[in-house]
Design a protein around this ligand. Sequence first.
Ligand SMILES: C[S@@+](CC[C@H](N)C(=O)[O-])C[C@H]1O[C@@H](n2cnc3c(N)ncnc32)[C@H](O)[C@@H]1O
Length: 320
Amino acid sequence: METKDPTIESVKEFYGRAAIEPQASLCCPGGYPAEETSHIPREVIDRFYGCGSPISLAGIAPGETVLDLGSGAGIDCFIAAKKTGRGGKVIGVDMTDEMLEVADRHRGAVSESLGYSNVEFRKGFLEEIPVDSKSADLITSNCVINLSPDKRKVFREMWRSLKDRGRIVVSDIVSDREIPEHLKKDEQLLGECIAGSLTESRFLSYLEQTGFYGIEVLDRKYWKSVENIAFYSVTVRGYKFEKSASCVYAAQYAAYKGPFKFIIDDEGHVFPRNQAVEVCTDTALKLSAAPYSGMFIITRSDSKPDDISCCTPDGGTGCC
Ligand SMILES: C[S@@+](CC[C@H](N)C(=O)[O-])C[C@H]1O[C@@H](n2cnc3c(N)ncnc32)[C@H](O)[C@@H]1O
């Protein structure tokens, strides 16, 4: 699996070395508390090069399928393996042989400690993720997207791999302003997750342009400054919702409960506090589920909006 892309080749070499010899200088802010990693061998923990704790913030439910991109020595995958439980599945994808070797070598010890085996590592690129479409409930990545030469493609691939109603929770380094060309060409700064960073606003707008909605910055920490550019570690969550071909207006209304005077969703619908706004079946579904659960009263009325009857989150079948 070779590529002609010089950025990819440089990053692969960099992390090949970091897999063999741990690099303390690569450790960014954030990470996992000891109680989350007690079932993970030291060699893996020493090769943690993430910049956040997406697995802790993702609210993983037992039985979920988690796809971790740029899985490195496997720490995020092994933590996720405990949270998904025996009935869940975790797939780690990385392009660097040396990283995959470390991760794979410790799979047995982790499954022995957990009492089950549910982690698999695959060799592949983020720009061409080696999984079926719509196969993951959750996609995570920890300090990896900044390393890709084609970030829009990575976001598109995440969208493809995610199930409808799935979510992504990704930690990455972002900058507060554009990075000048001479820094972008610095291979050491690229490997250190600095030179390839997007600005924070571009990172969020790429997610939006890909189609993710309900985007939220769950965590944000200052990392360091280089030539007066400030770099931050952020952890961001976003959701996938595929519009159905059969979305219709079926006398469904959404009333935003507050506390803000009004809010606007990703599609531009304005919801003044405590006012029933007519919504289509897709929007009613979206507003009934995470990340909006509990924020709206979804009602159905065949006559007028204040003649309300409560509906279930599956779009109103089974109104009470
Ligand atoms: C900064 S390390 C983070 C590793 C791991 N997520 C952790 O938290 O320890 C980045 C990892 O992403 C992998 N990587 C970088 N760019 C990649 C790409 N385009 N496709 C696949 N893997 C990539 C590298 O091989 C490396 O293992």
